[in-house]
Design a protein around this ligand. Structure first.
Ligand code: DC
Length: 228
């Protein structure tokens, strides 16, 4: 049996702003196709959590880059382990997300995480979600989706998620945080959040998750899925 070269493994990238529903959508698209999934934001969040735990300040680029380089992580389905201990819940904290968004602006941190992301490209295929999946990490992806949603719709979704987890949340605070994070993600010099020139833009403000997943599967069929 001949080994399949990584560059021959099809990738669908789903990039977009925070709380655009990328994570859920990426998992469902991957499930429908029988592919694996890369939640690249989790790697930035794990870097943030590890740095916070070690007391590394968010403005110390070389120190945070060293943390990213040495990250001891393991993914097992929906579970994420940091230094051998389950961290799936901790990485979702707002404090960790904000720290992640700050240190994600550092080229040294992005470089340290680049190869870790590419090893997820395994047969039969990969759905990768993040900010720069289509522009930097997998520029040769066969389908690139840029998922957008109105900031108020996103803040409301995030509030619902938090309330479901028993965490109280104020819509105005969430909106302010989300706008700040959007601004940081889009205005940074290194791999800013932006659609690849060949990305399909999908606005999910008025779509259910099932409709969004279906739209991506339709794009995939249009992109010549039969050929893969
Ligand atoms: O998708 P998320 O909210 O879990 O990502 C957390 C932060 O990580 C986000 O604010 C920006 C950063 N990030 C990034 O810069 N590049 C990626 N590919 C994924 C996430």
């Amino acid at each position: 049996m001949t080994a399949i070269l990584p560059e021959h493994v099809p990738v669908i990238t789903i990039d977009g702003p925070t709380a655009s529903g990328k994570g859920t959508v990426a998992h469902r698209v991957a499930k429908a196709l029988g592919w694996s999934v890369l939640d690249s934001g989790a790697l930035y969040r794990l870097t943030a959590l590890a740095a916070l735990r070690r007391g590394v300040p968010a403005d110390d680029e070389p120190a945070v880059a060293r943390v990213a380089q040495a990250l001891d992580v393991r993914f097992d389905g929906p579970h994420v382990y940091l230094d051998g201990a389950e961290a799936s819940h901790d990485i979702r904290r707002e404090e960790v997300g904000n720290f992640a968004s700050r240190v994600a602006a550092f080229p040294g941190v992005r470089q340290a995480l680049l190869e870790r992301q590419r090893v997820f490209r395994q047969p039969p295929g990969l759905v990768a979600d993040g900010r720069d999946m289509g522009t930097v990490v997998f520029p040769d992806a066969v389908l690139k989706v840029f998922l957008v949603a109105d900031v108020v719709a996103r803040a409301e979704r995030r509030r619902k998620q938090l309330i479901e987890k028993g965490i109280s949340a104020n819509l105005d605070d969430l909106l302010r945080d989300m706008r700040e994070r959007d601004a940081r993600d889009t205005q940074r010099a290194a791999a800013p959040l932006a659609p690849a020139p060949d990305a399909r833009i999908l606005d999910s403000s008025n779509l259910t998750i099932a409709e969004t997943v279906q739209a991506i599967l339709d794009f995939w069929r249009e992109a010549g899925a039969g050929a893969a």
